[in-house]
Write a protein that binds this ligand. Sequence first.
Ligand SMILES: Nc1nc(=O)c2c([nH]1)NC[C@@H]1CN(c3ccc(C(=O)N[C@@H](CCC(=O)O)C(=O)O)cc3)CN21
Ligand SMILES: CC(C)C(=O)C(=O)O
Ligand SMILES: [Mg+2]
Length: 305
Amino acid sequence: MSAMPAHMQLPQDASRLPVTLPSLLEKQRLGEPIVMVTAYDYPSARAADRAGVDLVLVGDSGAMTVLGYESTVAVTLDELLVLARATRRGLQTPFLVGDLPFGSYEVSDEQAVQTAFRFVKEAGCDAVKLEGGGETSVTRARAIVKAGIPVMGHVGLTPQTATALGGYKAQGKSAGDAVKIAREAIALQEAGCFSIVFEAIPSAVTEAIMPRMEIPVIGIGAGPATDGQVLVFHDLLGIREGRGAKFVQRYGDLLDEMAAGVAAYADDVRTHRYPGPEHGYAIEVSELAEFRAVFGDTGVEGAPV
Ligand SMILES: Nc1nc(=O)c2c([nH]1)NC[C@@H]1CN(c3ccc(C(=O)N[C@@H](CCC(=O)O)C(=O)O)cc3)CN21
Ligand SMILES: CC(C)C(=O)C(=O)O
Ligand SMILES: [Mg+2]
């Protein structure tokens, strides 16, 4: 960031140091909740940065929230990298995690490591996140960690493979499924993940797994026992239609506010209330007189009036 020209520097908040892996572990040790939010562009990153969150995730949920896809499955690596670069430009202190999109890491360890490097080198991400705790995901996580890039795991409801899970539904609701999630979380931890997301699992299951977790656990619909929480920016601010998942708590209705603002502008244009004199540019009287002498009052010389 220091390579930025002075006019592009973000306002500095000297009271806040950049979030690092050791500072996250310190928060976890002290029992201070860790705050993560998604962001997908410059203004959402500025909002997250100014709010002083610990972690920002360029989620593949951006496929739905900002790109309008039906699910997270379709978004490409190149599309997500554009969002990640814009987000990076808006951040000063939070730790930035890039969400590896569906199909960008499953094929081989080489593919996973190459994709993770693109997030770090092209978008300035500090870490990447991948979904699932099966053998493939654990192996990919280990390979990326070995390459020197911190990895965040993600178990429970993994939206990229939601079709196989029966849709966007809570997971770990049977004893067998809960055991599977616990084993996956521990395997990702042993693979070297620095942190892990638990999504849409019963609070009591989370509570039972927590004593086995040494790395910070970030929950979304996983109850209050985790080390931190994550929510989607557009869900928490109401920049969406529909109410969203059960775990969403709304802190605004910004889509309604945006629509109302655009409607008020449209109304002002249609009723000639906008633009007003204060929005216009002035011209020297003498310049205007000369202009009118050349072109006349009725139209451009030589052109039809
Ligand atoms: N904007 C947004 N927020 C998210 O949290 C999010 C995305 N998009 N896209 C990818 C996934 C999808 N997510 C979701 C979506 C819906 C539910 C949901 O509505 N679940 C139902 C329960 C359904 C059931 O169990 O039958 C609920 O009541 O919460 C949960 C997670 C989480 N992720
Ligand atoms: C909800 C979080 C964990 C996520 O993966 C996303 O936003 O894509
Ligand atoms: Mg995601």
